[in-house]
Design a protein around this ligand. Structure first.
Ligand code: HEM
Length: 349
C-alpha cells in the first residue's frame, strides 16, 4: 500500500493536508439548516441528469424520422428505460425548482452583495443555461408539443429587433423547422450546454471557496460558540442526506408518475392548445399579455436588470442605507411569478 502511495505521491506532488486545506471550507453555522444550503441540490441533480442523460443517449436518435420511435423504444422496450427517462424528466423539473429556490435564498439573504456580485452574474448564466437545457430537452421527444413548442420558441426569438431573424435561423438551423433542427437541439442539450454549465459551476464553486459563504447574524446565536464548522465530515453529511432524500423523492415520482408519450409531431396540424413546460408559464403569459416585440424587449430588460441587480442594489443602499427596497422588490417579483404561472396553468388559452 505504501509503495502505491509513494508512487502516486511522486506523480501528484500534493499532500493530504494540502488537499484538505484546499477543500475543507469553513462553513457558517446557519448552513446546518438545509434550506440555507439549497445550492447543493441543483449540483446533485445536475450529476443525476448527466448520468441518466448519457444512458438515454445510448438509444436516442436525433433525426425527426426516428426520434419519437427511439423515445418510445426506450420507454416501452429497454429494461428500466421507462425509469431512466422518468428520473431524467423529474430530475429536470426538480433542478429548475431547486435553482429558483436557491436563487431566492441568495436574494432574500442579500448574499449577492459585495464582493459576490460577479458570482450572482455567474449564477444568472447558470439559471439561463438550466432553462435552455430544459427547453431543448423537451423538444427532443418529437411529440406534438415538442415540435410546436420549438416553433413558438423560434418565433419569439424572431420578434427581437435586428438580430431576431438570425437567432431564429441559428436555433432552427434554417428558416423553418427542418431535418437539421433536431440534431442541433440535441447537440445543444447534450454537449454544448452541459459543458458550459460545468465550466460555470467550476467558477461558481471556486469563487464560493475563495470568498467563503456569507455570514448571517441570528438573534438566538451564542457569541461564545464557534461561528463555523468543518466541511468534512459535517457539511458533506448534510449534503449526502439531502442527496439520499432527493433520490427517494425522484424514484417515487418516476414510479408513481412515469414520463408518458404525447401524440407524434405533425408539422401540418397545429394543436388547439400549445403549452410549454410549467417553468416557462410565466414567460408565456407575459408574451400573451403584451404584443410581440414589446413583450420580448420588456422580458429582455427584466432579465438584464436581474443580471446587474447587485450593482443596482448597491447604488440604492449607498443612497438610502437603511432602505428595505430589495426585500419589497423581491416579494413583488415572487408574487408576480407565482401569479402569472398559476394564471397560465389555470386557463386553456
Ligand atoms: C446549476 C445551478 C446552481 C448550482 C449548482 C449552485 C451551487 C451553489 C452552491 C453549492 C452554493 C453554496 C451555498 C449554498 O448551498 O447556498 C452556492 C452559493 C451561491 N450561489 Fe449558486 N448555484 C446555482 C445557481 C445559482 C443562481 C441561479 C444564482 C443567482 C443568480 C446563484 C448565486 C449564488 C451566490 C451569490 C452564492 C454565494 C452565497 C453565499 O455566499 O452565501 N447560484 N451556489
Amino acid at each position: 500500500m505504501t509503495a502505491i502511495g509513494n508512487w502516486l505521491r511522486e506523480r501528484f506532488p500534493i499532500s493530504g493536508d494540502q488537499l484538505r486545506e484546499l477543500t475543507n471550507e469553513p462553513v457558517p453555522n446557519h448552513l446546518k439548516r438545509w434550506w440555507f444550503c439549497l445550492g447543493g441540490t441543483p449540483a446533485y441533480l445536475f450529476v443525476v441528469q448527466i448520468i441518466t442523460g448519457i444512458l438515454l443517449a445510448f438509444y436516442y436518435e436525433s433525426s425527426p424520422d426516428r426520434a419519437y420511435e427511439s423515445v418510445a423504444f426506450i420507454t416501452n422496450e429497454i429494461p428500466y428505460g421507462w425509469y431512466l427517462r422518468s428520473v431524467h424528466k423529474w430530475g429536470a423539473t426538480l433542478m429548475v425548482a431547486a435553482v429558483i429556490l436557491h436563487q431566492m435564498r441568495i436574494y432574500f439573504t442579500g448574499a449577492y452583495r459585495k464582493p459576490r456580485e460577479l458570482n450572482w452574474m455567474i449564477g444568472m448564466c447558470l439559471l439561463v443555461c438550466t432553462l435552455t437545457v430544459g427547453f431543448t430537452g423537451y423538444s427532443l421527444v418529437y411529440e406534438q408539443l415538442s415540435f410546436w413548442g420549438a416553433t413558438v420558441g423560434a418565433n419569439i426569438a424572431d420578434s427581437v429587433p435586428v438580430v431576431g431573424p438570425m437567432m431564429k435561423e441559428m436555433l432552427l438551423a434554417g428558416e423553418s423547422y427542418n431535418q437539421q433542427t433536431l440534431p442541433r437541439f440535441f447537440i445543444l442539450h447534450a454537449a454544448v450546454l452541459p459543458v458550459l454549465m460545468l465550466l460555470l459551476l467550476f467558477i461558481h464553486i471556486s469563487l464560493i471557496r475563495m470568498q467563503g459563504i456569507t455570514e448571517l447574524e441570528f438573534d438566538d446565536e451564542d457569541d461564545e460558540k464557534p461561528r463555523f464548522f468543518n466541511f468534512f465530515p459535517d457539511h458533506i453529511l448534510t449534503e449526502l442526506t439531502i442527496g439520499l432524500v432527493l433520490m427517494i423523492v425522484l424514484s417515487a415520482l418516476a414510479t408513481i408518475l412515469p414520463a408518458a408519450m404525447g401524440p407524434r409531431a405533425d408539422p401540418l396540424t397545429t394543436p388547439e392548445v400549445i403549452k410549454p413546460e410549467w417553468f416557462f408559464y410565466v414567460t408565456f403569459r407575459w408574451l400573451k399579455l403584451f404584443s410581440g416585440t414589446v413583450a420580448v424587449l420588456s422580458m429582455g430588460f427584466i432579465v438584464f436588470v436581474m443580471f446587474i441587480w447587485p450593482f443596482i442594489d448597491g447604488w440604492i443602499r449607498r443612497r438610502w442605507p437603511n432602505s428595505e427596497f430589495s426585500v419589497w422588490i423581491g416579494i413583488l417579483a415572487v408574487f408576480a411569478i407565482i401569479g402569472l404561472t398559476v394564471w397560465e396553468g389555470a386557463v386553456a388559452h
